[in-house]
Structures are given as C-alpha cells and as structure tokens.
Design a protein around this ligand. Sequence first.
Ligand code: KG4
Ligand code: ZN
Length: 362
Amino acid sequence: MTLVLGIETSCDETAASVVEDGRLVRSNVVASQHDLHRKYHGVVPEIASRSHLERIWPVLAEATDTAGVTIAQVDALAVGNRPGLIGSLLVGVSAAQALAWSTTKPLIGIDHVQAHLYAASLLDQPNEAIIRYPAIGLVVSGGHTSLYTVTGPTTMQRLGKTIDDAVGEAYDKAAVILDAGYPGGPRLDKLAQRGTASVKLPRSLLGNDNLDFSFSGLKTALLYAVRGHPVRRGGQVTYPRSADELTDTQRADLAASFQIAAVDALILKLERVIKQQITSADPPQGLIIGGGVCANSLLRRRAVELGRAHELVVHLPPLPYCLDNAAMIAGLAHHFFQHNRFDDLHLPAIATGTQPATSNLN
Ligand code: KG4
Ligand code: ZN
C-alpha cells in the first residue's frame, strides 16, 4: 500500500489530503477563503497568500489525523507547484519542501491542471469503476478551458484551449454583471435554474474544425443585454441601464441564457472532437471532465446525455473533487511515485501555465 500526502494552495483554497494507492481518499481537508475575498468580488493575491500561511499547518494536521496516519507513515509528499498565484503556490511548496527535508521522504511537484483531469479517478470507496483509456478530457476551471486526448493518468495531448477567458472566469464575470453574488460560478448556476433561457446569446465556435474555445464575446453580449450598448462621450463610457433595474425574473432568465450558451459552447466542442476521433484506429472509450465548472448542474447533465448518445463512459468527479482540492494532487502523484519520478528540494513554484501541449511520463 502506498500513501501520499498532498498539498494544494494554488489559489484561494488551503488543502491537504492523504490518498491510498492513488485512488482511495483517506482524508480531504479544504479551508476555503471565500469569506475573505467576497467583498472584492474576486481573489486578492496578497490576502490569499497570507491566509494560506495561517492555515497550512492546521490543515495538514487535520488531513493526517483524519486519515489516521502520521507524516512518518506516508510514502511521499506531493504539492501542486504550477500554475497558480505565485504567493499562494509558494506557501504550499515551502511547506512540502520543509516536510520532505525534515522526513527525507520523496517530494513530487504536480501540475494543477493535469490533477483536475485526474480527479475523476478518485474514490471514496474501494472498487468503483476504473477509467478506460483512451479518453477525451476536458478541464473547465477558473483559469483553464482545455480539451485533451488522455491515454493514461499522466499522459495526455492538448487538442484545444481558450483563446481568451476561461469558462469559469466568464461565469465569475457574468455573476458580477448580474450582481448574482460570490463565488460567482455556483451562484449564477443556482440563479439560472430558476430562469428560462429566453435571451439569445452567442456561442463562439471559431470555425468548423476548430477545437479552441472563446468566452469573451458571450460575456460582452451579456453585459450589453443587461445594461444596453455603451455610449462614449469624450473619454467617458456610460451605459443606458444598470443591473439594479432588472426584475428577479429578468435576472434569472439572463442567468439561464448565459448558462445555456456557455455549456452549449463546451458540449459542441466535445461533440466535434468525438466525431473526429470515433472512426480512428484507437477510438475514445470515455469522457473525463474536471475543474470547478464541472460542478455545474447543466454541464453535468449534458455531458451524461452526450456520453449516452456516443456510447462513451462519462467520468465526472464527485462535487468536492471538482473544485480545488489536494486529493487530486496526492492521487496523481502516486503514478509518478510508482515510476520513481521525484523532484529535488529546489522544486520551484511556477505561476504561469507551463503545462506542455503533450505531457508524458517517459
Ligand atoms: O478548479 P477551480 O476550483 O479553481 C481553478 O483552478 O480555477 O475552479 C473555480 C471555478 C470558478 O471560476 C468558479 O466560479 C467555477 O469554477 N465554478 C462554477 C460552479 N462551481 C464552481 N461554475 C459554474 N457552475 C458551478 N456550479
Ligand atoms: Zn483548479
């Protein structure tokens, strides 16, 4: 049996987890900072890193206690070291380095985006379904919207990515436009469920064969639908209306219209890649989705329908593993551990998306 202790601090969740043999989650502790960032309508990097610093050791202690192990009993330490907010990443990476140095356990740096795709492999109980490869993978988070061919837990090739906003970012901005509350994505999702998609908003498909995504046009179209077209006078831009003038029904209908357009854009690209690959020599067996937006009610429903229509097994992480967590970090690290792929104590924190278009163990 292998036990990995994982740490995740890339954005505004301080998280630690113990995972057994890469799949069975023995503990999953997440300290969210939503209350600290709510009044700013977004994550403030300086506040995030200071809060990680205060929470990291209690969160780690809770993760080992809940799992019923000591740090001396784990086989390796894993940390999400890229990409993310640099000040936030540094807290988790420094903690992992300190633990690895003091215990002489191996240290494994993990790519956060790759870990999101792994989250669907995590189990709360042993013996649940195992992912069959090759699969089509989609990561939908606050920072990424990327499509992959996935051939194993650590091997994938990127087929497309967003050319502007990530879909989670578009959700967060749409929630600000509609004054839907914070955190934006889940609030907008909830509001949308009360509305009717009566307002026509665009789905950017970027040409017939293109597998990239674009969400900035949708966001702007929503802004104009809510506030009217902007008027420029001199250097000043003003809008004819404000979100305060919307009735509750209008607000819910606009949320539903945004939600259906955003999810349609994701599903249409998935459909496109399935059609491209289904006749290949090694066609996809499954569809894996990961990242915070995978908690979305409509996306989950439409993904299951899509899988059924194309005879693909659909792997959606349970809700706690869609959002940022350390179980996905510890689980994925198991596969690097098995191949003796360790990092040294100089493991860097890397802020920007360094994930290569192809990621392979060999
Ligand atoms: O994966 P994640 O926790 O952090 C990043 O790696 O970015 O994703 C956070 C994103 C946020 O943009 C949040 O608004 C969005 O996921 N999100 C949702 C829902 N729950 C979280 N978006 C739409 N519907 C949801 N139910
Ligand atoms: Zn994430």
